[in-house]
Design a protein around this ligand. Structure first.
Ligand code: MG
Length: 169
């Protein structure tokens, strides 16, 4: 997808939903001897999320895994739609968009792996992170330059904000 086509597809976006592992993080999960998990988040991503929220765009994270670290980080960023440990990402997404009254065509989803594919096939704009598996990258409208955990989320936030800005939103 060309930059101008991408901008057109992003200018009316009302919800940006993200997978967590491999998108907000590099996909690695640190497990200590006593079983406590931790992950590393990128501060630049955080600033992008805050700006997106300030612009009035809904932000959601949808993950198949439960994680206290993710709950804490999202709460810090002001993300209220935090769906963790869900068996079906599609079902979770459908419930959220129905509650918010947002059409699939007004949504962006950002993913990195096979479990994201059904949702990537459903939204108005599907974005893969640079480190996504090749099948995911092939299915998406756009692939970020940055890797998950290293600015990919920020890149998506900036793309959406730039497209809205250009359209005078
Ligand atoms: Mg993932």
């Amino acid at each position: 997808m060309s930059t101008s086509t991408l901008q057109i597809s992003l200018r009316d976006v009302r919800l940006v939903a993200f997978d967590v592992d491999g998108v907000f993080t590099d996909g690695r999960i640190y497990v200590s001897d006593d079983g406590i998990e931790s992950k590393a988040f990128c501060t630049q991503d955080g600033f992008g999320i805050r700006r997106l929220l300030e612009a009035g765009v809904e932000v959601a994270v949808i993950s198949g895994r439960q994680s206290v670290a993710v709950e804490r980080r999202m709460s810090e960023l002001g993300v209220v739609h935090v769906i963790l440990g869900c068996a079906s990402k599609i079902a979770a997404f459908d419930k959220l968009t129905a509650t918010l009254g947002i059409a699939d065509s007004e949504c962006v989803y950002v993913g990195d792996d096979i479990p994201d594919m059904p949702l990537l096939g459903k939204v108005g704009c599907a974005i893969a992170v640079a480190n996504a598996v090749s099948g995911v990258r092939e299915q998406c409208d756009y692939t970020t330059v940055a890797d998950g955990g290293f600015g990919a989320v920020r890149e998506v936030c900036d793309l959406v904000l730039a497209a809205r800005d250009k359209a005078g939103r």
